[in-house]
Structure formats: C-alpha cells, structure tokens
Design a protein around this ligand. Sequence first.
Ligand code: NAP
Length: 345
Amino acid sequence: MKAIVIERHGEPDTVRLTDVPTPEPGPGEVRVRVKATALNHLDLWVLRGIPGIPPAFPHVSGCDVAGVIDALGPDVPGRWQVGDRVLVNPSLSCGECEYCVRGQDNMCDTFGILGEHRWGGMAEYVTVPARNLHPIPPALSFEEAAAIPLVFSTAWQMLVTAADIRPGELVLVLGAGGGVNSAAIQIAKAVGCQVWATTSTQEKVERAYALGADWVVNYRENPEWSKAVWKRTGKRGVDVVVDNVGQATWSTSLRLLARGGRLVTVGATTGPAGETDIRYVFWRHLRIIGSTMCTRGGFLDMLRLVEQGKLKPVVDRVLPLEEAAEALSILARGEQFGKIVLRVA
Ligand SMILES: NC(=O)c1ccc[n+]([C@@H]2O[C@H](COP(=O)([O-])OP(=O)(O)OC[C@H]3O[C@@H](n4cnc5c(N)ncnc54)[C@H](OP(=O)(O)O)[C@@H]3O)[C@@H](O)[C@H]2O)c1
C-alpha cells in the first residue's frame, strides 16, 4: 500500500510517500480502507521525536481515520461488516487494568494513541481494534468525519469531565485556530458558557466568531491582549482558561483567572516550562487541571452531539495524501483554522 512514511526524525520535508506492506488485521481488529485522515499537532511531535519514546522506524502517523471496513480479523463482533463507513477513536487502552475497569481508560496502564504508538492513518489502509470503531454519522462526509475524533474527544474530556464547566461560566480559549481549541469553543458554547478567545489573524478572528465565540482578540496585533481581557471582566478574571499554548502564555493564563478559577491544559505547543507564581494559586484558590485524550464513554457522549448537529467539524482545507509534507508544513506554521484533512484516493 501507499503510505506517508517517517524514516527518521525531522521536519515535514523529510516524510515520503512510499510503498509499505499492507497490514493484516489481528484478533479483534479490522482493516480500514482509509478515505480521509486529519492532521494533529501530535503528528509534528511524532515526526520531530518525543523524549522518552524510542523511535521505531519506519513509522506511519495519523491519529484521525475515517474510511470503510475492508477486512475483518478473527473474533470481530458480528455488528461490523466489510463496507461499513466508520470513524476511529484513536485512544488505545487494554480494557482490563485498574483504570480501564473504573472507566478511566484514558489513564490505562498501556495507554496509547493511534498514529503515535502504532501505525496510523496516513496510508491507504490501517488496522485498528474493532472496539475503537464508530459508525460515521450519515450527514458527514469522510473528510468531515476525519476532523472529529482526536480534537473533539480531547476537548470534551478537558472541559466537560476534567474542568467540569457549567452554564454561564466565562471560558477563555487561547489560540482559537487550533484543532482542539476550535472544538473547545463549540463544546463550551454547547454547555451554555460565555466564550472568549484569542487568535492570530483577522480572518481567524472572524472564523472564531462564526464558531460561536462571544468576544475574540487578535493576540498578534494586540500584544496587550491580556490587559484587554482583564479589563473586560471588570478586573474579576475568567472562570476557566483553556491553555495548550504552554510556555508562551502559562503565567498570563494564571493571572487572568478569577478566584476559584481553573486552568485546564492538554498540551504545551510553545514549550513545557511555564512559570507558576504559587502565590496566585493559593490566594485565589486556583486549580491547575491536566487532561489527556478521552474516555470511551466521553467519546460516545461527544459523538452524540455531533450526530445532533450541535458540534460541527471545522475543516480548514482538504489536500491529497501525496501532499502530506506540505500539509504538515502548514500546520507547523500555524496557518490553519481547525483541521487540515488529507484525502486518500
Ligand atoms: N493531551 C492530549 O490529549 C492532547 C490532545 C490533543 C492535542 N494536544 C496538544 O495540544 C496542543 C494543541 O494541539 P492541536 O492539534 O489543536 O494543535 P494545532 O491545531 O496545531 O493548534 C495550535 C494552535 O495554538 C495556537 N498558538 C500557537 N502559538 C501561540 C501563541 N504564542 N499564543 C497563542 N496561541 C498560540 C495557534 O492558534 P491560532 O491559530 O489561533 O493563532 C495554533 O493554531 C498541542 O501541543 C498538542 O500536542 C494534547
């Protein structure tokens, strides 16, 4: 099969479209003929190398898969048939450890992510556990379906489960153009929060408003954006900050929180070493909440809102699989709003 193969750590121009053996589904697995796969920032981390994760080359990344079941391995439940339109939950868990048994499968002892810990969707075919499959909602194209799984499930877990956002709360989302963040804006609005956002261009400001944000500030044009936020709250601060930007914004995020506020993080795009003024944390009763991916139950809850049309995929552009290197470069430069999707012919 054709795949975008990582043969060494590097920048987007190092990936190659090449032929690799077509994978065979093992017990409990299916092989999916990939129709579309969406990029995530994780693809860049995987390509550049993640400390502590030894490289296993060649590797195929791609966490988000939408396609058609092509073959069934042994012991796949009868409800799945060749030809079914499916999207794939990228969270890989054992189903048996203490955390999985408690329904916290995103904390599984052997937790992994499709495209990071096993070959992913930047290929004509991918094998996945059947338990990770979901039917694609009928109203969605393959390209739209591929834009859903990782970012909407991560944003759901982060806001609904971890930060426990409530109707009427004020949520500030930093970097509205990001995949997780464009999902977070919609989820916070669906819960009934007031949502403010920052972003980097005028066009993205408009796109954030179109997603439902109540107020948006351009952080590039307005380096004093945090003062504008603070002033707009009447010096009260916001209830929740969504910060996966990391080092560049961390200390500012903490200062923007109201008493009892929560900072929720799933990532550190600009670097891992944010400065925490501990005095803010105790004096203002702040909580710093980490979250990763999503439970299987949370994934179902999120998908239900997609099916009802209350959460909508944000597809920035669709490119052919052959242009994966260019697509990864666009993501690395942060030019996208929402998801860059690769169509697999
Ligand atoms: N733990 C988990 O489960 C999990 C899951 C998903 C993602 N993540 C992590 O979360 C982060 C976001 O992932 P993603 O796939 O959504 O990334 P993405 O689509 O590449 O979005 C990143 C966004 O960050 C914003 N940004 C970058 N530098 C900024 C700065 N200096 N100030 C303000 N905003 C800035 C930009 O927003 P604008 O376009 O608005 O400028 C950019 O679009 C990554 O670090 C990723 O690894 C973790």
